[in-house]
Every structure is written in structure tokens, then in C-alpha cells.
Design a protein around this ligand. Structure first.
Ligand code: ZN
Ligand code: ZN
Length: 410
């Protein structure tokens, strides 16, 4: 593998397909210091495409960890003014925001969750212009990944650091189709297939989805009126076509928060802030999880379900074929960007407002009235298997096979 050449192809893909960069546009690039080689390649590709400027925000999670260890919870209730100004002003200027994710899945596992929550809340408040644009669909953004040593060792524990990093690069290239001759053309095809699926699903307007498989999943998930399926690239309000997540394999929507009945059994472990939850089962009645079990990590589930009312209900239903470049590798990445794209999944917690007609303009109350779940949390968990069957039921009772043997049937 020619690493440098693939990194350059990957960077081109991010700038062209990921954010659809326009001449004269500014780029805000967030990168771990360990991923500097990839960050520079992205910057170069951006300038080649006519970017006005590339502003880099270096991240160092070891430094974050030191701060979490030494500063008390109150410290995280505030965000420096200059940082707010930075993010808000670039967002207002229609810059695109690219983030390189490459976290050590275990590093923050023993940090007081209150500190993380405080920082999340404070950032949301301080970066209000940024989040406003993100929420109303006028911000162009993209998340990609590059290996860091700690992450690579977690995924490939039996290899030495260098080999693990190289293996993770190779896996990432495969997942984002950079191993192909022309990744940009591959993504055009990929996005077209998303469009086809999304159109079909939206036109059916299923009232229920019935999931069954041999490991014990048997659940009926109600769908709200005027729900919207989405997947692949999307249009920003100014018409820019961009791909927020690379890789992506999912077509997703929002379930009706009070109409979920039956049992789901996990098909992959869930890594929650460095804590593993494995072989778990959730039982639903009228949308609420009323009983649950787990072979590993049960106490973490107790904690999650204590977050708020919405944390015990579903906020996302996502369809991912069992055969895809990611799932075919059969690797647990300990990173949602990859793992959630390897399997059909559901999420407990908040629903995406875009998943119902006019949802982007709705208040929290209006979203709930429309049938969408609200919560401060959103956690994906994998339920796809090679024998998963999903039947969609239409208003008039017509049944349509959506998934068979783990793959698309529609
Ligand atoms: Zn998802
Ligand atoms: Zn999700």
C-alpha cells in the first residue's frame, strides 16, 4: 500500500465529496496532533480547490485528559470567549467545518461524566451561532477518521504499534472506498443508491416496521406520520451537496416514541465512553424500555437509563446492509462512525428533527407532538444479523419486505 498516495486521495475525497468546497470558501479543520500528515493533505487539497483559508484547530486528547483530571467540574461550565467567537464567526461566514476523529476509546473512561456534560452544555451555549446553523441545515460539515496509535492498538491489540496503525489505515481506506481507483466516482454511485432507497422508503410511508431474527429480536416499531428517511449525502440550505459522515452506509429515520413493542437483542458490543456493554436485551412496551438485561455492563445501562425520560425510548431507526465494505471486514472499531455503519441499529435518546416533515422548524414540544423522541442523550446500538428480516407495514395493511437475510430487499 502506498500510504502517502492514499492519504492524498482521501484528502481529495474529503474536499470534493465530503464538503463540496467552493472557491473562496474558508475551512475550519479540527485534527488530533497525531493526524497532522492527513490534516496537511486536506489543507493542500482545499487550497488546490480554491479555498480562501484553512484554519486549523489542533486537538490533543492527552491534554484534555490532564485538564479533566486537574480542573473541577465548575471549570467546564465556561468556554473562553475567543473560542466562541472563532467558531461562531467562521460559521456565520459560511466556512465548512471538517473534523478528523481518531480517539483512544478508553482514555476518558474514568473521567467524571459531570465534567464532560458541563463542557458539552457550555459549548452548545457558547457556540450558539454555530449550532443554530448546524440545526437549521445551513452549515456544511464533515467528519472523517485517521488512526492514532492508542486507537489502532485498541482495534489490533496483538500487533505492534506501527503494524496496528498501518492496519487501521488500510481498514479506513477500505471503509471510505479510497482503496478504489476513483473514490470520488465510487461515492457518486454510493450516493445514488442512497437516493433510490430513501425515495422508495419515503413513498411507502410505513406505519410500522416488524423486525425478526434468530437471536431473539422480535419487535414492532411504529413510524410517525410524515416521517422522512435520509442517508448518504445531503443538501445544505444554499444547495451545496455534502457528505457529513465518511464512511456512511446507513439510511435512517425516527421511530414513533410511544409505539415500540417487543424485544431487541444486541448483535455487537456497545462501547460507551470506554465501558463495554455486551449481549444485551431491551424489552419495550408502548415505546418505553420496561425491562433489560446484559451479560456485561449492566450497571452502565442503569446509568444511561437514569439520564432522562427520553433515554428509555428510541430516537433512531437505521437500516444498514449486512454486506458492505465495513461489515465485510468484521472488525470492531470502537468508534461509532464505523461500528454504526456495519450493522442495522437503533438509538435510544433524541431523534433527528430532520426525520419528520418541517421538523427543522419545530420546537421541542412540537417535535414530541409529531411523535419524535427528545433527550439529551443519543446512543446507537447494533442489532443487525445475517438473518435479519424487516417487514414494512403500510397504512392499508400491505406488507412490504424491506430487509431479508440482513440485506436490502426493497
Ligand atoms: Zn445511525
Ligand atoms: Zn445515531
Amino acid at each position: 500500500m502506498d500510504l502517502q498516495k492514499n492519504i492524498e486521495k482521501y484528502a481529495q475525497l474529503v474536499i470534493n465529496t465530503g464538503v463540496g468546497l467552493k472557491k473562496g470558501q474558508e475551512v475550519v479543520l479540527r485534527s488530533p496532533i497525531e493526524c497532522a500528515v492527513f490534516a496537511r493533505a486536506i489543507a493542500k487539497a482545499a487550497f488546490e480547490k480554491g479555498a480562501k483559508d484553512v484554519q486549523i484547530q489542533w486537538k490533543d486528547e492527552l491534554l484534555d485528559k490532564i485538564k479533566y483530571d486537574y480542573c473541577d467540574a465548575e471549570f467546564f461550565e465556561e468556554v473562553p470567549e475567543w473560542l466562541a467567537l472563532f467558531n461562531n464567526s467562521y460559521a456565520e461566514n459560511n466556512a465548512c467545518f471538517i473534523s478528523i476523529a481518531g480517539n483512544d476509546p478508553d482514555l476518558l473512561s474514568d473521567v467524571d461524566p459531570k465534567k464532560v456534560l458541563n463542557l458539552n452544555r457550555a459549548s452548545h451555549k457558547a457556540f450558539s451561532k454555530f449550532y443554530e446553523k448546524l440545526d437549521n441545515g445551513s452549515l456544511v460539515w464533515n467528519i472523517v477518521s485517521a488512526p492514532t496509535k492508542a486507537w489502532a492498538k485498541k482495534v489490533f491489540p496483538n500487533d505492534n504499534e506501527d503494524t496496528a496503525v498501518e492496519k487501521l489505515w488500510e481498514a479506513i481506506f477500505k471503509a471510505v472506498r479510497v482503496d478504489k481507483d476513483d473514490p470520488i466516482a465510487e461515492w457518486e454511485k454510493h450516493n445514488q443508491s442512497f437516493k433510490d432507497k430513501v425515495e422508495k422508503l419515503n413513498s411507502k410511508q410505513f406505519v410500522k416496521l416488524h423486525y425478526t431474527n434468530s437471536i431473539g429480536t422480535d419487535i414492532e416499531i411504529g413510524m410517525p406520520k410524515n416521517h422522512i428517511w435520509a442517508g448518504g449525502g445531503e443538501y445544505a440550505t444554499d444547495g451545496t451537496y455534502f457528505c457529513p459522515n465518511m464512511p456512511t452506509e446507513e439510511v435512517f429515520s425516527a421511530p414513533k416514541f410511544d409505539d415500540v413493542n417487543g424485544v431487541v437483542v444486541s448483535s455487537m458490543p456497545l462501547n460507551y465512553n470506554g465501558n463495554l456493554i455486551d449481549n444485551f436485551t431491551f424489552k419495550f412496551k408502548d415505546g418505553v424500555i420496561y425491562d433489560y438485561s446484559a451479560e456485561q455492563g449492566l450497571e452502565v445501562l442503569h446509568e444511561i437509563f437514569a439520564t432522562d425520560e427520553g433515554s428509555k425510548r428510541l430516537g433512531e431507526v437505521a437500516l444498514v446492509p449486512y454486506s458492505s465494505p465495513i461489515s465485510d471486514m468484521n472488525i470492531l472499531f470502537y468508534n461509532t462512525l464505523f461500528d454504526e455503519n456495519a450493522s442495522c441499529h437503533l438509538a435510544i435518546g433524541s431523534a433527528y428533527p430532520m426525520c419528520v416533515k418541517d421538523g427543522l422548524n419545530m420546537s421541542k414540544d412540537e417535535l414530541e407532538k409529531a411523535g419524535l423522541n427528545t433527550s439529551i442523550t443519543h446512543i446507537d446500538f447494533m442489532i443487525g444479523t445475517s438473518d435479519l428480516k424487516i417487514v414494512g407495514i403500510q397504512e392499508d395493511g400491505t406488507e412490504v419486505l424491506v430487509f431479508e437475510n440482513g440485506n436490502w430487499a426493497i
